[in-house]
Every structure is written in structure tokens, then in C-alpha cells.
Design a protein around this ligand. Structure first.
Ligand code: DI6
Ligand code: FE
Length: 410
């Protein structure tokens, strides 16, 4: 066996391996890294004799898979604090959107911003996530809504990942809303999405997946189907904003395209959940949006559990409905608001989040052969990760086997 590059000893490991018992825990453990991958992990006493270039004791701290934020819209310019204040004073999200504010106001700010400004603002949000042990972030376009700006956002999302030193999974969300210049001409806008934007995205390999916003203030199931059929013909997997504000049959539609994930799901019916289970589509729950919109209709957690649907959680970081740049806080909110267990929360930002991005073979659990994306925590038990609200106990982060952050105490 070739040598190891780094050996971490005296660790407690929450592998989050499926079928590995609660949290997939291995106590008194060691973990070895070679070529950016996990070469070996297990009880330290069973460790094979292999030379390691560097050995580091973590002194009984916990290792978990680095966290994955599988649903964000964090590439945008400006903010919507003013709209937030209006909503607090009584205006609804739908009223503001119908009045030309909402998503469209961020589209205007984003189109007007320079590449440098956009990169700087995007990186700031990525670094906030990374400081909490996040090594993979999905970023959607959707604030460009013309060909040039949608392509610009996708390129920028990847460039921001490089600059911040983490992996970005880019998702094309051209079908986010109908831009002002196409008002009343939704089908013409969808022609642009399907005939011009999507072929350019695919030809330049700018996106890993295609998303759409299926909602009565956005696109109908029939309109989303057009986008998804085009995505399928171009070989791109799909995911969907489904049933957030009303039951529009979004989950069923996502399942019928074998979507990677269906996201939000507050209003999804039992038959929609059965369809997700059958298709193996991940349910992504977004407590930041639920909180910010002061929604009261809970997502159907118990039914999702009963059907064995994999559940992920994500920040949904966006300027309108979820100005949330913290995945640890999202975990805490998912317990308090949705009653996920702390273990479901950690699975939701590791193993199941990887599945929602089609990256399960590569990351999301700590197992030999997977990417060495590892978070090191100064905690007594992994359930503490969902318990605290606003306390970051990360003490180290490895991305691709390389030290990406040392002590969080800056
Ligand atoms: N995701 C979205 O795309 C919308 N809500 C959500 O959870 C709206 C984003 C926005 O208002 O900018
Ligand atoms: Fe979203």
C-alpha cells in the first residue's frame, strides 16, 4: 500500500454511513487520507501499519462529513431589507411579487452589478457557510433572467467556489419568475429558456442541474414540464421548488421526471409524497424560508418518514424569503420548527444533501474511497450541532484532504 498523506488519530467519528447505527459512530478512531480521499477509517487499534507523512491527534474531538448546503440562491446583488420591513408591516410576499418587487427587484440589482461586486458579495456568503464546516454549496442562477445574465451567474457561481475554496454545484434556474420585459408573455419567455438559454448552458457545461419555481405566482406544472423535457433532452438532471405556498402538484411532477430533489413541500399531499418515495427523489426542507415568511403550514414530516423518503435540509439562502447564511442555524431551526431529530438534521446536511445533488458516490459520508471533506468539531456529541443556535464549534475543516480552515477562533 502506498503511504498516507495525513493520519488523524484519537478521534470520535460520526460517519453518517447508511446502516451504520445512530450517526454511524466509530469511537476511539483514526482516519487516513491519501490523494484527497479517505484511505482508511476505523477503530485505531485495528489500524493497518502504513507510513503517514503527517500524523495529527485531534484529542477526542468529533469528525463528521463536511456539511453540504444543497439549496441556495446566494449569487445575487443587493438585499431586500426594505421589502422585509414592508412584510413585517403587513404586506404579503405574493402582493410584493405581483407588484413588480420581490424576485424582480433582485434581478434589477444583479443585472446592474459589476462582475467584481457580484463575486465579492457571493464570496462573503460562501465564506460564512464555510466557517461552519460547509465544503459543498449548491448555487442557483435565477436572478439574471436573460441569456447573458443567467450564463454570467452560473460562471460566477463556480468562480466564487474557487475563490472561497469549496465545491460549488451550479443549478440553472432560468424558470424562476417571468422577467418584467416578458410580462403577460410567459410562453415567449419559456421559448427563450428552452430554445436559447438551456442549449447554451448545456453546450458550455455551466450547470449540474436544472431547477424551476412551480407556484401559482411563478410557473404552472405544464410550463415546468416544458423546461424539464428540454433539460432531459440535453442530459441535465432536474430538481423543483414544489408546493411551497400551495399544493400545485409539484412533488408529483418532480417525481415524474425522476428529479434529484423536490424542495419546500409545505403543502404536498400524501399522494405526492408516495410519488417521491417511488422515484427516489430527495425531499429538501427549508426552515429558513418557513421562518422568514412566518408560514404556519408545516411540511408533512411524518408522512415523509413513513414513506422512507430521504430528507435533506438547506439554508435556501436568498434575499427575499430566506436571508440565512448559516447551515448550523438551519439545523437548529429544523429541529425546533419542523421537529426533525438532531440525527435527521445531520443526515440532512451530509448524506441526504449529497444525494439531492447527485453526489452520493463521492461525498456526504465518511467512508473509505470518498472525498476527504471532513469537519472537526469541539463538541461532546453530534447532537449538539442541532442544539445550539448561534454557537459555532467548528475547530477545523479539510476540503479534498487539504486543510481549509484551522481553528475557528479568529
Ligand atoms: N426560493 C425561491 O426561489 C423563492 N423562494 C424560495 O424559497 C424566492 C426567492 C426570492 O424571493 O428572491
Ligand atoms: Fe429556493
Amino acid at each position: 500500500m502506498a503511504g498516507w498523506e495525513l493520519l488523524l488519530t484519537d478521534a470520535r467519528i460520526a460517519t453518517m454511513r447508511q446502516g451504520g447505527g445512530p450517526y454511524g459512530i466509530v469511537e476511539a478512531a483514526a482516519l487516513a487520507i491519501a490523494d484527497g480521499r479517505i484511505a482508511w477509517l476505523g477503530p485505531q487499534k485495528d489500524m493497518p501499519k502504513v507510513d503517514a507523512a503527517e500524523t495529527r491527534s485531534v484529542n477526542g474531538q468529533w469528525l463528521t462529513p463536511a456539511l453540504i448546503d444543497c439549496h441556495t440562491h446566494l449569487a445575487f446583488a443587493g438585499n431586500r431589507a426594505e421589502e422585509f420591513a414592508k412584510r413585517l408591516a403587513g404586506a404579503s410576499y405574493e402582493e410584493i411579487a405581483r407588484g413588480g418587487g420581490g424576485i424582480m427587484s433582485t434581478v434589477r440589482a444583479t443585472r446592474a452589478a459589476s462582475d467584481e461586486e457580484l463575486l465579492e458579495q457571493t464570496c462573503r456568503r460562501l465564506m460564512a457557510l464555510k466557517s461552519e464546516g460547509v465544503a459543498t454549496v449548491e448555487i442557483k442562477s435565477g436572478y439574471g433572467l436573460d441569456t447573458q445574465n443567467e450564463l454570467r451567474l452560473l460562471k460566477l457561481a463556480r468562480a466564487a467556489g474557487d475563490a472561497a475554496g469549496l465545491s460549488v454545484s451550479a443549478t440553472f434556474l432560468g424558470a424562476h419568475t417571468v422577467p418584467a420585459e416578458y410580462r403577460g408573455r410567459t410562453d415567449d419567455y419559456l421559448d427563450l429558456v428552452c430554445n436559447e438559454m438551456l442549449p447554451a448552458v448545456a453546450a458550455n457545461r455551466l450547470a449540474d442541474a436544472v431547477d424551476a419555481y412551480c407556484e401559482n405566482i411563478a410557473f404552472s406544472p405544464a410550463q415546468v414540464s416544458r423546461v424539464f423535457e428540454t433539460a432531459r433532452s440535453l442530459g441535465l438532471p432536474v430538481k423543483l421548488h414544489a408546493d411551497q405556498l400551495s399544493d400545485g402538484g409539484g412533488a408529483k411532477l418532480a417525481a415524474s421526471f425522476a428529479a434529484l430533489s423536490a424542495d419546500h413541500l409545505e403543502y404536498t399531499s400524501n399522494s405526492g409524497i408516495a410519488a417521491l418515495a417511488k422515484a427516489g427523489t430527495v425531499a429538501v426542507l427549508l426552515p429558513g424560508a418557513y421562518l422568514t415568511l412566518r408560514e404556519t403550514h408545516l411540511p408533512p414530516l411524518q408522512t415523509l418518514r413513513e414513506h422512507g423518503v430521504a430528507i435533506a435540509i438547506a439554508s435556501d439562502c436568498n434575499p427575499g424569503t430566506s436571508p440565512v447564511c448559516s447551515l448550523l442555524s438551519t439545523m437548529s431551526l429544523a429541529t425546533s420548527l419542523f421537529r426533525l431529530t438532531p440525527e435527521e438534521c445531520l443526515a440532512g446536511v451530509t448524506r441526504n444533501a449529497a444525494q439531492a445533488l447527485g453526489l452520493s458516490a463521492d461525498r456526504g459520508t465518511l467512508e473509505a474511497g470518498k472525498r476527504a471533506d471532513i469537519a472537526i468539531w469541539d463538541i461532546g456529541h453530534p447532537q449538539e450541532l442541532s442544539y445550539w443556535l448561534g454557537l459555532n464549534q467548528l475547530s477545523g475543516l479539510l476540503v479534498d484532504g487539504e486543510q481549509a480552515l484551522d481553528s475557528h477562533s479568529t
